[in-house]
Design a protein around this ligand. Structure first.
Ligand SMILES: [Zn+2]
Length: 322
């Protein structure tokens, strides 16, 4: 995958490991678990203990809005799970799947795109996400990457302007662009009547944050996305991350403080001329490790911990900005 962003050996190893884990995962063992958030809004999550990158629940969480107009989905999971996802949807609605919105480019959220497009779904996403897929399709190892199938590319794209608003099933669905955070093409999806926002992966409470520099993510953008979430959400708004447990707004503050705290400490060490290895050895996440569920688990098969991945990304970005 080509990229304008610096990728360290550690990150490259982590990214390779994530690819490997997606290929060696036993998809047959994954069950799809359905939860209802509102009268016509559901989430679908993979079962735990199968996905080495996301031990708490395999793949990315899907959203399903149902009603007389049809189905609007948020994210598409791994392509290997499409049949199980469709079966789970059919248990709640027989209506056609008309729209699919991607929160970001990662394959645990988009690899099923082409399958759903072939069933008639119109895919919406950020322009940057589509650009990323086109770039993958042109890369030498495109054939091995499920995101290279043009059938799965978004049809309707948008940039950092005002939200795209979809009036559907009696709901008002806002596709809200987020400045480069988890990736360079993140979207939050707000269901106004249900008072639910699907926030993708710039917040996570299983493992440390993942700033995907290789796909245009950024530390500053992640902090801005969290601030944006604080402004958009009321105290009772249900916030649905792509992984980990569902939260309310009050969970954002300590998470943001943790990121800012780690970044401040890394900034000090970079100013002292410390190398990446020295920064990792300083265990700057130690004050937070007890609170971050899964934070010291490997970020994928053969990869370092998600704490080390996070600190590496923060180090790279701060170093590059100096
Ligand atoms: Zn992701």
């Amino acid at each position: 995958m080509t990229s304008a962003w610096p990728v360290t050996a550690t990150l490259a190893v982590a990214l390779l490991a994530r690819t490997a884990s997606a290929q060696t995962m036993d998809f047959d063992k994954i069950q799809i678990i359905t939860d209802q958030l509102a009268p016509n809004l559901y989430t679908l999550s993979g079962s735990s203990g199968v996905d080495p990158s996301h031990d708490d629940a395999a793949g990315g969480r899907i959203g399903v809005l149902i009603g007389a107009d049809g189905i609007l989905m948020v994210d598409a999971q791994y392509a290997q799970l499409t049949d199980k996802v469709v079966a789970a949807i059919r248990r709640i609605s027989a209506a056609p799947i008309r729209f699919l919105v991607n929160t970001h480019i990662h394959r645990d959220h988009t690899a099923g795109n082409a399958n759903f497009a072939r069933m008639g779904a119109m895919i919406f996403a950020r322009e940057e996400l589509r650009d990323g897929m086109v770039r993958i399709a042109k890369s030498p190892n495109a054939a091995a990457n499920p995101l290279s199938d043009p059938a799965g590319f978004p049809v309707v794209t948008y940039g950092m302007g005002p939200p795209v608003i979809i009036h559907f099933d009696g709901e008002t669905v806002d596709l809200i662009p987020v400045r480069a955070a988890h990736t360079g093409g993140d979207t939050m999806i707000r269901f106004e009547n249900a008072n639910v926002i699907m926030i993708g992966d710039f917040y996570r409470n299983y493992g440390y944050p993942f700033i995907d520099l290789n796909n245009g993510g950024s530390l500053d953008g992640m902090l801005q996305a969290l601030d944006q979430t604080m402004k958009l959400a009321g105290p009772d708004t249900t916030l649905v991350p792509g992984h980990g447990s569902i939260i309310k707004r009050d969970a954002i503050v300590p998470y943001r403080d943790m990121i800012a705290g780690v970044a401040a400490r890394v900034r000090e060490l970079v100013a002292q001329g410390k190398s990446l290895q020295e920064v990792l050895a300083a265990k700057v996440t130690a004050p937070y490790d007890a609170q971050v569920h899964g934070g010291l688990d490997p970020a994928g098969v053969g990869a370092g911990t998600s704490a080390d991945r996070f600190v590496t990304e923060v180090y790279e970005e701060i170093k590059a900005a100096r």
